[in-house]
Design a protein around this ligand. Structure first.
Ligand SMILES: [Zn+2]
Length: 233
């Protein structure tokens, strides 16, 4: 699927800070400072019209520049730009699942410690939290709106695999089984979060990470994150 267009720089070089290739670079710096993409882990993909923009694999995410960005045609999944010295992200088929199954505009993958801790604190195949204001930032497609303060937010957890691309089938199944979810946690690994636009994906990833961090602190204090509202004595 290699095309002769490997160095098609016009696909990624733009002075517009909101060009997807520039956004991937600036958001990766942002995510690095949050501890989401430490040590080359994690990543982000943006879909704009018929193009999918992807950060490369195994590179320091806070140091990438627009020339490092891969571009794929959507939905044919043919590479339009493939920097020869870099490897495409192992997350590519997982990002694609959010684009094809949910029509997402962007998908963010983090190795956030709070996300990993929530998968360790939840024995089953879901993680949940209730009665926290920040869940109102999470969309609920079945209602055409967002979760309410008194709703319980449920995020599926899938088991990790030795190779990231082998998660694709499990992630796709979780997306199908949980039509209201905008995220899938991966046990001992991290989380995939998608949104209709890159900004929605970003705010949803931030809100979820806030909830993951809060839940970890609640469990440390013996509280149930998904339990009823209780007043400390
Ligand atoms: Zn990962």
């Amino acid at each position: 699927m290699m095309s002769q267009g490997n160095s098609r720089e016009e696909l990624v070089i733009s002075e517009d800070p909101n060009h997807p290739a520039n956004l991937i670079c600036s958001l990766c710096k942002n995510f690095y400072s949050l501890g989401w993409v430490t040590g080359t882990g994690g990543g982000i993909s943006i879909r704009h019209e018929s193009h999918v923009y992807l950060a490369p694999s195994g590179v320091q995410k806070e140091r990438i520049n627009a020339r490092d960005i891969f571009v794929m045609d959507f939905p044919t999944k043919t590479y339009l730009r493939r920097p020869p010295s870099l490897k495409p992200s192992a997350c590519t088929p997982l990002f694609m699942a959010s684009f094809t199954k949910r029509n997402a505009g962007a998908c963010i993958h983090t190795h956030s410690q709070a996300a990993v801790m929530c998968t360790l604190l939840s024995k089953g195949s879901t993680w949940s939290i209730a009665n926290v204001e920040q869940i109102k930032a999470i969309p609920r497609p079945s209602t055409g709106g967002y979760y309410g303060f008194f709703d319980k937010l449920v995020i599926p957890i899938i088991e990790n695999t030795a190779h990231e691309e082998d998660l694709t089938e499990r992630l796709g199944k979780a997306i199908d089984e949980y039509p209201d979810t905008c995220a899938v946690l991966v046990r001992r690994h991290g989380v995939y979060v998608w949104g209709d636009t890159v900004w929605k994906a970003k705010t949803q990833a931030e809100s979820l990470d806030y909830l993951f961090q809060l839940a970890v602190e609640m469990v440390k204090l013996g509280m149930d994150p998904a339990g009823p509202i209780t007043v400390a004595e």
